[in-house]
Design a protein around this ligand. Structure first.
Ligand code: C2E
Ligand code: CA
Ligand code: CA
Ligand code: CA
Length: 277
């Protein structure tokens, strides 16, 4: 139906309108989500590659909207970033993750460390104070908090980033580079920034162990990380074969559906009991 340019135009406009409408609806709902307590953090375990002992969790946000249902983070985090709503949401995430760890402590559930994702727009001088306050309010020891940041975040303003990272490090928190290998930057930043861990992106783990390119990339990341003394975490581990490959190549921690899916806080103790490792 290539006959009517007019129609095409009208359909396009209608489509734009519904998209704009959908976006506005989501944005309004997002503005109220915090005070309505619609966010929750789910937690995905990270285990030792060698012994499979439980070492940490990554906190992953979920939005449970009364009528929209469960909205996945990739559907609202970008909007939260554009609108600046990520700042108050980010403060909530930091506080909630720290609070949850000390709640597990009080219940005798041993969760050594929690990793929290940070958006670029949270990464400002105010962040240092926010992290300090979340640690103080919860009483969580700083070394049990890890912040996951992306390399693109660091490269937006490298000079300011170095400064903020040093301040965060002096609080005692750990810093990990998320989605490692997917950015465009040179690797020289690895020696300029005070970092503790690299997370190999899921896109490189997918093809392991048979895909030669993925295997070469994963091995190269681990060889380099070893020399630079970074901990390596692999995300998206779905099979025994991936797990074994990563372990033999020197990866320290594994995270993925093979071990556990992200789960509500209330399910973690059951997961820990259910595995005899
Ligand atoms: P990410 O930080 O790279 O998180 C890993 C994503 O992979 C999560 O998706 C997780 O559920 C999923 N995943 C874990 N294991 C497997 C696996 O074995 N196979 C597959 N196919 N997927 C796996 P999720 O929870 O939907 O989060 C998507 C992205 O949203 C995250 O990617 C992160 O960039 C962002 N995000 C999530 N929570 C937060 C948050 O609290 N703050 C911020 N700023 N961003 C967040
Ligand atoms: Ca992450
Ligand atoms: Ca990733
Ligand atoms: Ca990410």
């Amino acid at each position: 139906a290539k006959d009517a340019g007019k129609n095409t135009h009208r359909f396009f406009a209608a489509d734009m309108n519904s998209q704009t409408f959908e976006r506005l609806r989501l944005e309004n709902a997002l503005r109220q989500a915090l005070e309505r307590r619609e966010f929750e953090l789910h937690y995905q375990p990270q285990v030792s590659a060698v012994s499979h002992t439980f070492e940490a969790v990554e906190a992953l946000i979920r939005w449970r909207h009364p009528t929209l249902g469960l909205v996945p983070p990739l559907k609202f985090i970008p909007l939260a970033e554009e609108t600046g709503l990520i700042r108050p949401i980010g403060v909530w995430i930091l506080n909630e993750a720290c609070r949850q760890l000390t709640a597990w402590d009080a219940a005798g559930i041993k969760v050594p460390r929690v990793a929290v994702n940070l958006s670029a727009r949270q990464f400002s001088p105010a962040l240092v104070q926010q992290v300090a306050e979340a640690l103080h309010a919860s009483g969580l020891e700083a070394s049990r908090l890890e912040l996951e940041i992306t390399e693109s975040l660091l490269m937006q303003n490298p000079l300011e980033a170095v400064d903020i990272l040093h301040q965060l490090k002096s609080l005692g928190v750990h810093i990990a580079i998320d989605d490692f290998g997917t950015g465009y930057s040179s690797l020289s930043y690895l020696k300029r920034f005070p970092l503790d861990a690299l997370k190999i992106d899921r896109s490189f783990v997918d093809g392991l162990p048979l895909d030669e390119d993925d295997a070469a990339i994963a091995e190269a990341i681990m060889a380099m990380a070893k020399k630079l003394r970074f901990t390596v975490v692999a995300e998206g581990v779905e099979t025994l074969e991936q797990s074994q490959f990563l372990q033999t190549k020197g990866c320290a921690l594994l995270q993925g559906y093979y071990f556990a899916r992200p789960m509500p806080a209330g399910e973690l103790a059951g997961w820990m009991k259910g595995r005899s490792v």
